[in-house]
Design a protein around this ligand. Sequence first.
Ligand SMILES: Cc1ncc(COP(=O)(O)O)c(C=O)c1O
Length: 364
Amino acid sequence: MTMKYDRVYNFSAGPSMLPLEVLEKVQAELLNYNGSGQSVMEMSHRSKEFIKIAEDAEANLRKLLNIPDNYKVLFLQGGGTLQFSMVPLNLLRNSKKADYIVTGTWAKKAYKEATKFGDIKVAASSEADTFTWIPKLKKEDFREDADYVYITDNNTIYGTEYNYVPDTGDIPLVADMSSNILSREFDVTKFGLIWAGAQKNVAPAGVTIVIVREDLIGHADASVPTYLDYKVHDEADSMYNTPPCFSLYVAGEVFKHLLENGGVAAKEAANKEKAAILYDYIDSSEMFKCPVAKEDRSLMNVVFVTGDADLDKKFVAEAKAAGMVNLNGHRSIGGMRASIYNAMPKEGVEALVAFMKKFEEENA
Ligand SMILES: Cc1ncc(COP(=O)(O)O)c(C=O)c1O
């Protein structure tokens, strides 16, 4: 397989592929950004050039996701993991109760972290079935006085994704969208807070996006460390301290690229097409199986196994030799996982399916 610049099809779950056009633009601008005589890497975050980069990134994200004015957009550091603490530290504001739906490793980590700060309940869990499905909950399943309900919208490791937005009534719904933000359309107003690390669908690792309804800001206890209070970042337009400048700049370029190519709706159609190519083949195969309930399958992370750990290893090694890398499942569950985020071209998925067919024939 020959790709431009001898690049491979990279199925990594994160950090992951970025659009080639964006990488080329970043490369062209690397030494002298927009006539400034500097790289963005060398630029003061207080300079007019960088402030414009940050403002444009926010405006374009607002356009892409149709974010209403009563929601704040924050660009933070600390990755997804810091949000496991920031969410409870800011949102446990009345009863100090929160209900979590546990659908995988990241949901469980978020739940465990929150138990340090309040009365946290597991509203439902699919752990007994190795997280192969998504619980379907109704308003009555949550504690009436919960300060928020928490979900992991796409489960990167187990390859499941919510195909519905849980109705939580007046209780704010918090969603970790680290591995599916910008992959499909959704209604921001159904959520109190959405957050996402950048390193899957958005940018190189560094920036974490938080989209939060303004009435949920400003409730952190005085003892909460300054950096962990959303209000501090909101009041400083995400410039309270030095932001992850380069990651934010690339995120901004990815947002522009999305807007120039039909926005989230066009990506959703392309992602559905790519996922169908792969799942349809897996379902027709004698060798490969997807353990996930059909209605809960992720558009972004496709997990599959042969049922034989040695054969799985052989598959991953031979795929790598054929220019398709990072197809191993998460180290905690093994098997295979093809992460087919926004930047993975359809040709990459077609090449993978052709390779799987050949492998199945050769190893039947
Ligand atoms: C859904 C989800 N949430 C949270 C995280 C943790 O993110 P980070 O490594 O940025 O802390 C990940 C990482 O892969 C993830 O996939």
